[in-house]
Design a binder for this molecule. Sequence first.
Ligand code: FE2
Length: 426
Amino acid sequence: MFDLLIKGGTLPDGTCADIGIMGDRITAIGRLPNAAAQILDATGDLVSPPFVDPHFHMDATLSYGTPRLNASGTLIEGITLWGELRDIASIDDMVARALEYCDWAVSMGLLAIRTHVDTTPDHLRGVEAMLEVKRLTAPYLDLQLVAFPQDGFYRTKTGRENLIRALDMGVDVVGGIPHFERTMADGAASVAELAQIAADRGLMLDLHCDETDDPLSRHVEVLANAVQRLGLGGRAAGSHLTSMHSMDNYYVSKLLPLIAESGMTAIANPLINITLQGRHDSYPKRRGLTRVKEMQAHGITVGWGQDCVLDPWYSLGTADMLDVAFMGLHVAQMTAPQDMARCFDMVTTQNAKIMNLSDYGLHVGAVASLVVLDAGGPVEALRLRPDRLAVVSKGKVVASRQRNDARLALAGRPASVRRRHATGLI
Ligand code: FE2
């Protein structure tokens, strides 16, 4: 007798299985008897581990147009605009916006988010607000907070001190922005000190690193070296890494093995990188996405992050990680069947690995969190970005939606665009 039984779904690897849940754990997978307090029929639907977003800015989300629009659409104007907003936004404002976003996320099956929290202002209201959001959403959402010195760790007078204060308040991960420091030397020094702080405190490390088109912005090299020296491995991540798009190929041939040996992970943010990078170019115009396939070929774990939704940097977004993977697939030209499947894996399993989530996945003993999608498999899910029919978090159904079975009145046929690949590819 299970508390909850997910019946007849198709798992991402193509196998069909029932999933039995007791309390907050998956206790059985396979062909299971219909003995449960609650049964969800997922016959023909994709049942996936929940979506995971390893890079977001929840203190700024859903603030689009406040106090004004980003007229140029650039990264720099976005930072200036955020600098105005963060000093007028109250804790209540930020909590309300973040909680609304969390509702969107849950409805999309997105159940774990790593969010960077700006530690620049001395009032640290954003940190207080995000700690409150983490507490309120803990029953159904895994939220990791990164202490993020948006205006620089050394570049501002209290950048270093405020980051330490945020960590003391309970923020989980050490952040940084080396390419935004005043000099390359300061950037490199900030990477070294931030990595040391993470090592000393036993915390994870995730730096905004080389989010620029400058091919000589090489802080990722310093980061990988520090991660290797301090033994941080997969507890460290480099976010954005867009300068790698523009780097000299010979240099990259030396860099990729170093990143791989360090064990650090990488996060690309395709929706944002495609819109913010290359703004100084005429034509040819660089698109700024880091070298995703090349890193994966070296065994480096790479994830897709959302970064922004309706904020000073990005005027769109829906909290749907399938939108993120869909854009990443196109920009990174990951159109081979195995690459498309990997794009789905990146917004689920690979992102969970980057966030060091424990007991994640669809296996006996895992936390009972999953999403039922109106699609036959991962590639079809990417093509359709379909309805999330049910979302289960820690053993409880937290969102559900009726299947769209609209029919063409004239022919009586299903009006859905859902069609399986004739090759059996899902
Ligand atoms: Fe970011």
